[in-house]
Design a binder for this molecule. Structure first.
Ligand code: HXC
Length: 511
């Protein structure tokens, strides 16, 4: 017993007091401190804590540390089983060698067998230099497990330290990355030193790979945390919306918010001027249970709003255009953002709600050169492929390809509703008239009145939802205030929805 106690103490101490102090001095917590914040009470159960590196090169035989730089195990998060690994910067710099990688792979094996989410806390110097190619092989094993687990169990990564080189790719292969703000936290494929040598470009660690850059510019991370505790809080909140695996339904909670209540102020939220913006976020807050909307990618591709909420206690994934940014038009980033989210929701049985107000895809050379064709196609693919309940509400504009990309009946939407102001057409009135009457207009010296008159005609026909409703493309035109009640009713009806796809190895989504 004495020996066990002593050895356990060594396991807990990792690289020693000095390194723990250095970690705290950087404002960072140790792996064990982080895990104790994540798991309920003392439910965390460690395994392979005694494992050490098998390598002997470059003095590693004299520098064996129990745990090999990563703490692994499982426990309860708000009563549900969750697996976790936390790289331990105080032990061998949290670097990844063969045994370290085996431990992470074992976390995945057990999590996959038992159908429980994995939370990875990354804080590492990367591949352990002394273990050379074996360390790289270890990364390969971790990446493979990330991919095997994709779509089977939710994977969440907290970026709680440095991540350079290929080490960034395990986080990138998981479903959600939460990154902490501050100098001690960064991720990039190539650091500032090599960037300077290779390109002569001078850039700081934060400007190259800090949380602000990755949440606003690159879109690499999904959530930015103010500090370590905040990162754990975000993780717990996110888990509260997710099923433990792809065979489960997302967790229902009695939120106490009446499913049949009106959406307050919704009847007046759309301005009478059709080009004036309004707050889609505000509408979402008013529609969902208790105004709680967990927005994903909040600071990136602001023209598309995505996130989790509950309606009558049922988890939903919301995909909404944002008329306050590019008038709600879809660009390459917005399409990527929505498509990945749609696929996540579909993989984990989360019904999708589309809230539509989009004038189309963003035009111009910049977007075309970036491949708006390729990126826009992802949304079409993702919605068409998804078999979860899909409910669309067209609030105002819904034009052209973007109308289809936001999920319509022929693409597989189960129900499509429209508000009375909805405008559904191939293109906007002015563009349409100039194309349809091009020959006539060329012959006129002063075509303005004619254009006005034709625009009026076009608007009368298409700037309302009834023409489309008469064609059966819209299931009902609804009062905005009834949106919540109607979505809830549709969700209830669609609860046992079954839809099958042709057997195949996998599809080939345009990337
Ligand atoms: C072995 C390493 C290490 C590494 C850090 N350490 N990185 N040991 N291999 N890659 C050790 C240090 O020697 C030190 O040991 C301890 O970890 C803490 O590191 P410090 O340098 O003291 O900490 P700090 O000043 O905070 O700097 C952190 C750091 C720096 C920025 C991460 O250590 C660093 O630049 N490391 C090298 C990063 C790197 O090039 N990694 C490979 C990336 S490529 P002692 O005993 O003194 O405490 C990669 C490929 C993956 O990962 C490929 C996948 C396909």
């Amino acid at each position: 017993m004495e020996e066990l106690k002593k050895k356990k103490e060594l396991v807990y101490k990792g690289g020693g007091e000095e390194r723990i102090k250095a970690q705290h001095d950087k404002g960072k917590l140790t792996a064990r401190e982080r895990l104790s914040l994540l798991f309920d009470g003392n439910t965390f159960q460690e395994f392979m804590g005694f494992a050490t590196t098998k390598a002997t090169e470059f003095g590693l035989d004299k520098n064996k540390v129990y745990g090999d730089g990563v703490v692994t195990g499982w426990g309860k998060v708000e009563g549900r089983t969750v697996f976790a690994y936390a790289q331990d910067f105080i032990s061998l710099g949290g670097t990844l060698g063969e045994v370290h990688a085996n431990k992470i792979a074992r976390v995945y094996e057990l999590a996959l067998k038992t159908g429980a989410p994995v939370v990875g806390i990354n804080d590492s110097g990367g591949a352990r230099i002394q273990e050379g190619a074996v360390a790289l092989e270890g990364y390969g094993a971790v990446f493979k497990m990330n991919v095997m687990a994709s779509g089977v169990i939710p994977q969440i990564t907290i970026m709680a330290g440095p991540a350079a080189g290929g080490a960034v790719y395990s986080p990138a292969l998981t479903d959600f990355i939460i990154m902490i703000k501050g100098d001690a936290y960064y991720m990039f494929v190539t650091g500032p030193e090599i960037t300077k040598v290779a390109l002569g470009e001078e850039v700081s660690y934060q400007d190259l790979g800090g949380a602000i850059v990755h949440s606003t510019k690159s879109g690499v991370i999904h959530f930015m945390a103010e500090n370590e505790q905040d990162a754990i809080n975000i993780t717990k909140k996110l888990l509260s919306y997710l099923p433990s695996n792809n065979m489960e339904e997302p967790p229902y909670i009695d939120t106490g918010d009446a499913a049949d209540r009106d959406v307050s102020g919704a009847n007046d939220i759309i301005p009478t001027d059709p080009v004036k913006p309004y707050s889609m976020r505000e509408l979402i807050y008013r529609t969902v249970d208790n105004g709680e909307f967990m927005e994903v990618h909040k600071y990136w591709a602001n023209n598309m709003i995505i996130g989790f909420a509950r309606i009558g206690g049922n988890v939903v994934g919301i995909v909404a255009n944002n008329p306050e940014e590019f008038g709600g038009a879809i660009d390459v980033d917005a399409a990527d953002k929505a498509a990945r989210f749609i696929r996540f929701c579909d993989a984990f049985n989360i019904p999708l709600i589309s809230l539509v107000d989009t004038p189309g895809y963003v035009p111009g050379t910049e977007q075309e050169y970036k491949g708006i064709i390729r990126h826009g196609a992802k949304m079409l693919y993702a919605f068409a492929e998804a078999t979860v309940p899909k409910i669309t509400v067209i609030l105002r504009k819904s034009y052209g390809g973007a109308h289809i990309a936001m999920s319509i009946k022929s693409l597989g939407a189960d129900l499509v509703y429209a508000w009375p102001n909805a405008e559904i057409a191939v293109t906007g009135p002015e563009g349409a008239v100039r194309i349809l009457y091009k020959r006539d207009l060329q012959k006129m010296s002063n075509p303005e009145d004619y254009i006005k008159q034709k625009i009026e005609e076009y608007r009368r026909l298409f700037a309302n939802p009834y023409w489309a409703a008469e064609k059966g493309l819209i299931d009902d035109v609804i009062e905005p205030k009834d949106t919540r009640r109607i979505i809830y009713s549709a969700l209830e009806m669609l609860k046992n929805k079954r839809e099958y796809r042709y057997p195949k190895k996998h599809g080939n989504i345009p990337l």
